[in-house]
Design a protein around this ligand. Structure first.
Ligand SMILES: [Zn+2]
Length: 471
């Protein structure tokens, strides 16, 4: 079986075929940087990261583009309330977003274009829509997309044409439009709002046009995969698709993938529900970024996981099991013949993992395959049935699978600082002298520093896995 995705456009499971063999153009709607992104947003970004990692693991080269929305109504209002420029506010929260991404081990996208740096690209796209009769101007200097001119409108969200935008709030500044369904490509200038002087007049871009302009600039008029949260299907992605295809006459995106919301107590998780709103709230409870990452990615992307303390506890014990078996494999030394069945075990796990992930990124059974392997390796370690070389081979196979998941080890974990190293050395010495009381006392001291020590047949091992991350 080869890689298949459930395409939101049409709703079918389809074999994945990139436009250019071996290469994938991937676009994800990024953050609006008017405040810190909440945990629910990171569900969608962790999903996109998992997708990119899996594509890379499968041998594709991937160009990942994620936009940063640095001008919109919320940002303008917040900046005005704080008495700072929109640039200052956007810079602050873009930096915060990138720091949050690093903690969650989301590798930086290849390009993170900012809306305000691509006004010309948006204006060019709007000019084309005006030329082709898919857009019109209103008296206040705004430009709207004419939905009547585009019969394919509603295909992505599978809307009944009669139902479109019924009940949707009409913005006060949008009363000039011809049809209630039409959406703003360009907003005419208003006092106390930032605006740009352009070929289509003074004003600022609408939100939808920025994603069309920036995705096509970096990935071409047609590209492979577009991701986002389920709430973006309509109207944002419907509008993106309509205006892009109306402007270019080409298919915009091959595969649309949408991630379900995280649910807290049966409710969609968003800033207003409070409690665990942003990743820092989770870390403040002593939960590590890797555990949060695991909790966010371990449920299929189209299923909304319940984000509960129980789910986080399960995530913590899973991450712990992975970290522990890797430590044990690294420390393991045994002079004996190689385990003849190990290669087959590792290859079988790899194939099971691949089979599940190829099936529309079915991550839960893929993780199941990994933990079956962990259980089997723990058994062979306990029986000392592996050679030193076997253990190294098994560790490298596990790390290879974790290169997709990014949950087993923390690459940013600090090395032992001097104080910790000294206590660890003292404890080795105490144990060599069979001074168990002193050894236990040193273990307690280390625990206070957030360091867990374990004694094994291969000696003392330590880790910082339970250390909370601050700031
Ligand atoms: Zn977007």
């Amino acid at each position: 079986m080869s890689l298949r995705f459930r395409n939101t456009l049409g709703g079918e499971l389809e074999p994945f075929q990139p436009l250019e063999a071996g290469k994938v153009g991937l676009y994800s709607c990024g953050p609006t940087v008017y405040g810190p992104a909440h945990v629910g947003n990171f569900r969608s970004f962790v999903f996109a990261d998992l997708l990119r990692r899996y594509l890379l693991w499968s041998g594709y080269s991937v160009t990942w583009v994620m936009n940063v929305t640095d001008v919109d109504d919320k940002l303008i209002r917040r900046a005005a309330a704080e008495g700072v420029s929109i640039k200052e506010l956007a810079d602050r929260y873009a930096e915060r977003f990138e720091a949050d991404m690093r903690l969650l081990d989301i590798a930086p996208p290849d390009v993170m274009p900012r809306a305000t740096e691509h006004i010309d690209d948006m204006v060019m796209l709007i000019e084309r829509l005006l030329e082709r009769g898919h857009a019109y101007r209103t008296d206040d200097g705004s430009v709207f997309f004419r939905i009547d001119s585009w019969p394919a409108y509603g295909r992505l969200a599978r809307l009944d044409p009669e139902q479109q935008r019924v009940g949707e709030r009409v913005e006060a500044d949008e009363y000039g439009k011809d049809d209630v369904r039409d959406f703003a490509l360009w907003k005419g200038p208003k006092p106390a709002e930032p605006s740009w002087s352009t070929a289509i007049g003074e004003g600022r871009p609408g939100w939808h046009i920025e994603c069309s302009a920036m995705s096509m600039k970096y990935l071409g008029a047609s590209f492979d995969i577009h991701t986002g949260g389920i709430d973006l299907v309509f109207p944002h992605h419907e509008d993106e698709m309509a205006q892009s295809e109306a402007a270019t006459g080409q298919r915009f995106v091959s595969v649309w993938l949408h991630c379900a919301h995280l649910r807290m107590g049966g409710q969609k998780m968003a800033k207003r529900t409070g409690n665990f709103a942003v990743p820092d709230d989770v870390y403040a409870e002593g939960i590590s970024p890797r555990v949060l990452r695991y909790a966010l990615l371990s449920t299929h992307y189209r299923t909304g996981p319940d984000f509960t303390e129980a789910a986080l506890a399960t995530a913590a014990s899973s991450v712990e099991r992975l970290a522990t078996v890797l430590l044990a494999l690294d420390a393991y030394r045994q002079e004996r013949a190689d385990d003849a069945s190990l290669a087959e075990l590792l290859e079988g796990t790899r194939e099971a993992f691949r089979g599940h992930m190829d099936d529309d990124l079915n991550v839960a059974p893929a993780l199941g395959a990994v933990f079956d392997l962990v259980r089997e390796l723990n058994r062979r370690l306990a029986d000392r049935a592996l050679s030193t070389a076997d253990a190294a081979l098994a560790a490298s196979a596990l790390r290879d699978l974790d290169s997709v998941l990014g949950v087993a080890e923390d690459p940013t974990a600090p090395q032992a600082d001097r104080a910790v190293q000294r206590l660890l050395d003292l404890r080795v010495a105490a144990r060599a002298e069979r001074d168990w009381a002193r050894s236990d006392g040193l273990r307690a001291e280390l625990a206070e520093l957030g360091v867990t020590v374990e004694d094994t047949a291969d000696g003392q091992r330590w880790r910082r896995s339970t250390e909370p991350v601050h700031g």
